[in-house]
Design a protein around this ligand. Structure first.
Ligand code: ZN
Length: 270
């Protein structure tokens, strides 16, 4: 049977409401992934424009409800856990042992050797996670200064970032430093590398969805659709929005992997 999901909710109405009062689950529960992402984008743009939308905190609460309203499938969680196990097993192979050796001797090796080990570890993560799922996309893994950002009186420390291009498929991981610091703490550096590495894998799913390489019957189809929808609507909530940023599924999943993988590397390097 061929069917189509019909939305009965008027997006303009929900958008107007998001500034008047915090959106509740019943306001957004029936919206498609794409509509939720479109709504996030519109709210972010309206907040940026400032006038005539004075009720900032209300729209922030609406954004929080929206970012909590996406569902990542249990299949995805299971897939991510299994791929992590493959990655960790691969780390102990002869070919990849240099990563663990570098971690063990972190304070004695050069900055270039540290960068080499971080790049190798992410390359292995990518291989372990996307093999058999999607084609391998080109990407860069760069290191640069600029970790400290100030916006008026607010100073934030940015460890890393990821950006990806849906059309070309190219991705870019950047790890930031301040006078070379950040990369010198091994656990922190690997945590950042694999947090951004996880965004790289999400990007692979997004591009595969974009190129129609993931069939609707695929167990990760709806998860890939979510990553793709965030990209196409640019519905990414910035870290300046605190809790709203933290509860976005793509960030929750990346935090989870960064923590788990870096802890596993630290334990294996003992
Ligand atoms: Zn992130």
């Amino acid at each position: 049977m061929r069917n189509r999901r019909v939305e009965t909710v008027d997006l303009r109405e929900v958008f107007a409401k998001s500034f008047a009062e915090p959106l509740l689950t019943e306001d957004i529960g029936s919206l498609s992934t794409s509509s939720k992402c479109a709504l996030i984008r519109r709210i972010l743009e309206a907040r940026r424009a400032e006038n005539p939308y004075p009720a900032f905190d209300t729209s922030k609460m609406s954004l929080l409800s929206l970012s909590k309203a996406f569902e990542i499938s249990t299949d995805f969680h299971e897939w991510q856990r299994k791929r992590r196990q493959i990655f960790i097993r691969e780390l102990t192979s002869n070919e990849n042992k240099p990563v663990l050796t570098a971690y063990r001797n972190w304070n004695k090796i050069s900055t270039d050797a540290k960068k080499f080990a971080l790049r190798q570890s992410v390359r292995l993560q990518r291989k372990s996670y996307v093999e058999g799922l999607s084609e391998k996309l080109p990407y860069n893994h760069d290191f640069q200064e600029g970790a400290i950002r100030s916006n008026g009186s607010v100073v934030t420390l940015v460890f890393g970032g990821f950006s990806g291009d849906l059309k070309t498929g190219r991705g870019r991981i950047t790890q930031y430093s301040h006078h070379g610091e950040l990369i010198h703490d091994a656990l922190e550096a690997f945590n950042t590398a694999h947090h951004e590495g996880t965004h790289l894998i999400q990007h692979h799913l997004s591009v595969a969805f974009h190129r129609k390489q993931i069939a609707p019957s695929h167990p990760l189809y709806h998860d890939a659709e979510y990553f793709h929808s965030v990209d196409t609507h640019r519905a990414y909530i910035p870290s300046s929005l605190g809790e709203c940023y933290k509860v976005q599924p793509n960030e929750v999943l990346a935090d989870w992997e960064g923590n788990k993988i870096s802890a596993a590397i630290a334990a294996l390097a003992l």
